[in-house]
Design a protein around this ligand. Structure first.
Ligand code: Y43
Ligand code: MG
Length: 198
């Protein structure tokens, strides 16, 4: 459908770059937007889709390359879907450790049966900054929020996300296993199909 050898990844998150590049293999080279600019666009959208498109357009504009963006987050049932699109900013930009501490606190004394959550990932690919037809793919990953952190791999909320199918946290999973099961893996599998790479 589209022949892309080089894509700029519209993300300043090294964890995403690593995972997405591993999923794409070596037919597509992902270049980080960090090579072109250190300014992060404000994520003003009200949905994962809007923020993914906004980040992709911004990266395509800055780099002159086709751009892929990943907007993702954690939607917790007990919190009505929060932090959702605000996951990265949950503890006011103080980073992953503060986000995780705030989440544990928000779910203090909440019983296991009410600790359901899903990771959400939307990938948006634009051929150029003004592309009128971005390619959009989404993936969900269902799990539960643990009562204490576990695991060393991954990034973000991984130490708190219990994965039922493997009976461990997503930070306990070896990277190759997370990259087969995750919300990002599901979205990327759809994107590969759309691009004729599957
Ligand atoms: O597989 C994951 N494992 C653990 N945590 C995750 C995952 N996927 C997303 N997350 C969390 C990290 C961050 O708190 C938020 C994404 O926020 P999001 O704005 O999409 O990414 P970001 O600001 O880190 O980088 P950027 O916007 O430059 O791509 O959800
Ligand atoms: Mg962000």
């Amino acid at each position: 459908m589209m022949n892309i050898q080089q894509l700029v990844l519209a993300s300043h998150n090294a964890g995403k770059l690593k995972e997405l590049q591993a999923m794409l293999g070596d037919t597509v080279q992902l270049r980080s937007i960090g090579e072109f600019s250190s300014v992060e666009p404000e994520e003003t959208g009200l949905s994962f889709v809007e923020n993914a498109i906004l980040k992709a357009r911004n990266a395509a504009r800055i780099s002159g390359l086709p751009a892929l963006a990943d907007d993702s987050g954690l939607a917790v049932d007990f919190l009505g879907g929060a932090p959702g699109i605000y996951s990265a900013r949950y503890a006011d930009g103080k980073g992953d450790a503060a986000n995780n501490a705030k989440l544990l606190d928000a779910l203090k004394d909440v019983p296991e049966a009410e600790r359901g959550a899903q990771f959400v990932c939307v990938l948006a690919l634009v051929r150029h900054a003004d592309d009128p037809l971005p390619i959009l793919c989404e993936g969900l990953w269902h799990g539960r929020i643990l009562t204490a952190a576990s695991g060393e791999y991954g990034f973000g909320y991984d130490p708190l996300f219990w994965v039922p199918e493997t009976n461990c946290s997503s930070a306990d999973l070896a990277p190759a296993d997370k990259n087969r099961l995750s919300h990002r893996a599901r979205a990327m599998s759809l994107l590969r199909q759309r691009l004729g790479l599957a």
